[in-house]
Design a protein around this ligand. Structure first.
Ligand code: C2E
Ligand code: MG
Ligand code: MG
Ligand code: MG
Length: 283
């Protein structure tokens, strides 16, 4: 009996594996063609200053509209894009697109401070990465201080390799932020050595910040430390006014989250947040 059951389990197990593998293959072949077929789209999520509630920037987040599977989450295809090196052309595409589109918004809204673009570790390690960034800035005419690159803790885990590249980008005038702060294993002692502008507090710390004194203590401490190091702090995943009140009490400078808006396509961001600016009375 036991053997038969075991056999069945094995059968289901391989079936499941097969399904995962065929989905992966489907995604991989699709991914190779997606750029040419223009199936990628940049969505943007507003970044809001806590004190003034003004929108000060946007984070660019890639979306893939797959012809058969519909919208595929970046959580599903970014790792695959990294495995296949497709993240390189994809990352270049979104960087150029975000710079171009943000430049158009700047004409209307001069309060905007930056557009943030996520950079994968593999992309960051390309020998000519900073040259690429500088080419794209020149090409699109976006002034470097408007571009903020979001790096993850996996990048800064190799300080000897990362610091020279970061310094090069900084000397061009580009801003750098550390994404998902607190979820990786980056040592606090390294933080002071990195030429960063912003820390992004991961949403796992803000999820229950209004309910959990310990989460709030962690956030307060991160903000305090960041300010001492001269860094700006942005909290991710703010969905409710209760959470906003808590991060405000923790002296967090900026937030991102569904409370203000989910990530939206260019046209919807324009309609909701940029065009209304044109209609405001001028002082
Ligand atoms: P991330 O950079 O930490 O982006 C934040 C994620 O949180 C986004 O998920 C965003 O849609 C989501 N989010 C925003 N507000 C809220 C909220 O209030 N509540 C909750 N629960 N979630 C919220 P998304 O767009 O699915 O992206 C997931 C991850 O995929 C990103 O995490 C980033 O690591 C990666 N990614 C997205 N676009 C790109 C890209 O162009 N290049 C690279 N290399 N990675 C990207
Ligand atoms: Mg990010
Ligand atoms: Mg993040
Ligand atoms: Mg994240």
């Amino acid at each position: 009996e036991a053997k038969k059951e075991g056999g069945n389990q094995y059968y289901y197990f391989t079936n499941e594996i097969n399904e995962i593998i065929s989905r992966k293959m489907l995604l991989e072949t699709g991914l190779r063609k997606a750029l040419d077929r223009e199936e990628f789209e940049v969505y943007y999520q507003p970044q809001v200053e806590v004190k003034t509630e003004k929108i000060v920037g946007f984070e660019a987040l890639i979306r893939w509209n797959h012809p058969d599977l519909g919208m595929v989450s970046p959580v599903d295809f970014i790792p695959l894009a990294e495995e296949t090196n497709l993240i390189i052309p994809m990352g270049e595409w979104i960087l150029r697109e975000a710079c171009k589109e943000f430049k158009e918004w700047l004409v209307v809204n001069s309060d905007l401070r930056h557009v943030s673009v996520n950079i994968s570790a593999l992309q960051f390690r390309q020998p000519k990465f900073s040259e690429l960034v500088s080419d794209i800035l020149r090409e699109t005419g976006l002034e470097p201080h408007y571009l903020e690159l979001e790096l993850t803790e996996s990048i800064v885990q190799e300080p000897a390799r990362a610091i020279p590249i970061m310094s090069e980008l900084k000397s061009m005038g580009v801003k750098l932020s550390l994404d998902d702060f607190g979820t990786g294993y980056s040592s606090l002692s390294y933080l002071k050595d990195f030429p960063l502008d912003t820390l992004k507090i991961d949403k796992s710390f803000t999820k229950e910040i209004h309910l959990n004194m310990k989460d709030k203590a962690v956030v307060e401490t991160i903000v305090h430390m960041a300010n001492k190091l001269g860094l700006n702090v942005i909290a991710e995943g703010i969905e409710t006014t209760e959470q906003l009140t808590s991060i405000s009490e923790s002296n967090c400078n900026e937030f991102q989250g569904f409370l203000c808006s989910p990530p939206l396509p260019y046209a919807q961001i324009s309609d909701k947040f940029i065009i209304p600016k044109l209609l405001e009375p001028r002082v």
